[in-house]
Design a binder for this molecule. Structure first.
Ligand code: FAD
Length: 367
């Protein structure tokens, strides 16, 4: 029997899509979620824990509710009986704690029906069939959203197998002399962590990080900024995306002051190369591109999907043009939907895709 929707990938992007579909009127029995772990933060939490992340990089709107408002700031204000989170939001300074965010996911999971729809299954193949899409031998679905997340951690080839090396997103402590490779948010967090643990830190970087509060420039979260991006020619769009992927971390005294005082004490320095440090923390992020993901690679090969560089070319609403029409939709969410929304690997980006996917599902239903 054909079900209305399948979500392939049970992480945060899959969860946001699910809460949006439920809010839009779909029952748990109409949605199948295929994932490797029923906990939507199973992939995210250990990474955040490994870098000892305490606050979210996202702001009040970085949540999994289907509606934007009220975000996490008003809810925290209400729960704690203080206006402070609201005041911080006004000047873009509110960052929910990781604990606050995890509590929110847990509460929402309990009441949205997620566990009823969840099936523990790593999908190997998604393909367009005569009606909708097939996910392995798990049935036929009118619409599919693929949200399989980052395809593995990136380790510089010269450090693969080096016993001194650990990826920043894997559990680790700190040696007395630590080299941190990379210069983005995870690297910056690790400089401070290692310094706080009493280590001497060398930041190994090829280029200077950009300082910005969010992982892409703020205008790209707005309608006008996004329209400019969508209007750009293909090659320019790919270049822009590559540029947004450059390392960045937020501006602010909380980053600068500890680094400056450690620099004065001779405990923090910048280098272009490694120099015999006892521990090497690779804050080098994830492997990039659809080719590293078996489901997406298969879809591209089997259906000859249009690609540009490491991206699958998508419509502005996150759907794959060749496989989406008035009767069915295949959408990508999370990092693989950057072609539609540069900040795709954020909760706000996941909501952007989820809402448009819901709209597609509804439109197809009423035909
Ligand atoms: C340390 C860290 C901190 C971050 N902080 C923030 C923040 O503060 N705010 C913000 O907005 N964003 C943040 N992000 C970005 C983003 O929210 C996360 O990357 C998030 O985990 C992405 O969710 P996802 O569902 O796309 O991928 P994941 O969370 O990785 O989930 C994908 C899931 O799909 C499963 N899967 C993969 N392939 C298959 C398959 N073939 N079949 C079935 N299941 C499959 C995986 O096992 C996994 O469970 C952060 C990211 C990191 C790494």
């Amino acid at each position: 029997m054909e079900r209305a929707c399948a979500i392939v990938g049970g992480g945060l992007a899959g969860f946001v899509a699910y809460t949006t579909l439920r809010h839009g009127g779909l029952a748990p029995g109409e949605i199948a979620v295929f994932g490797t772990d029923p906990d939507p933060v199973a992939a995210w939490r250990p990474r955040a824990e490994a870098i000892r992340q305490r606050r979210m990089r996202s702001e009040s709107d970085g949540h999994c509710y289907p509606r934007s408002f009220p975000g996490l700031a008003p809810r925290e204000a209400l729960r704690q009986g203080t206006a402070a989170p609201l005041l911080e939001t006004v000047c873009n300074r509110y960052r929910p704690t990781v604990d606050e965010f995890l509590r929110h996911v847990e509460e929402l999971r309990e009441r949205c029906g997620w566990d009823e729809s969840f099936q523990r299954h790593r999908a190997g193949r998604v393909r367009a069939g005569p009606r909708g899409f097939e996910v392995d031998d798990r049935g036929s679905f009118g619409h599919v959203l693929v949200a399989t997340g980052h395809p593995g951690l990136a380790i510089p080839p010269e450090l693969a197998g080096d016993p001194r090396a650990v990826h920043a997103y894997e559990p680790h402590g700190y040696a007395d002399r630590v080299a941190v490779v990379g210069a983005g948010m995870a690297a910056a967090t690790e400089w401070l962590n290692a310094l706080a643990a009493g280590a001497e830190v060398v930041s190994v970087r090829r280029r200077e990080p950009v300082r910005r509060p969010l992982n892409v420039p703020r205008p790209l979260f707005s309608k006008a900024g996004l329209a400019g991006f969508h209007d750009a020619a293909r090659a320019e769009r790919a270049e822009l995306l590559a540029r947004f992927g450059e390392p960045s971390y937020p501006p602010g005294r909380e980053w600068d002051e500890p680094l400056e005082s450690a620099r004065r004490e001779g405990r923090f320095r910048i280098s272009a190369t490694l120099n015999g440090e006892a521990q090497i923390i690779c804050a080098t992020g994830f492997r990039r591109g659809f080719e590293h993901d078996a489901v997406l690679r298969g879809l591209v090969a089997e259906h000859g999907l249009d690609t540009e560089g490491r991206w699958i070319v998508l419509k502005a609403d996150g759907t794959v043009p060749a496989l989406s029409d008035g009767t069915r939709a295949l959408a990508l969410s999370g990092v693989h939907s950057q072609w539609a929304y540069p900040a795709a690997d954020t909760l706000v980006g996941m909501k952007y895709v989820a809402r448009r996917f819901l709209r597609k599902v509804r439109t197809c239903r009423t035909r």
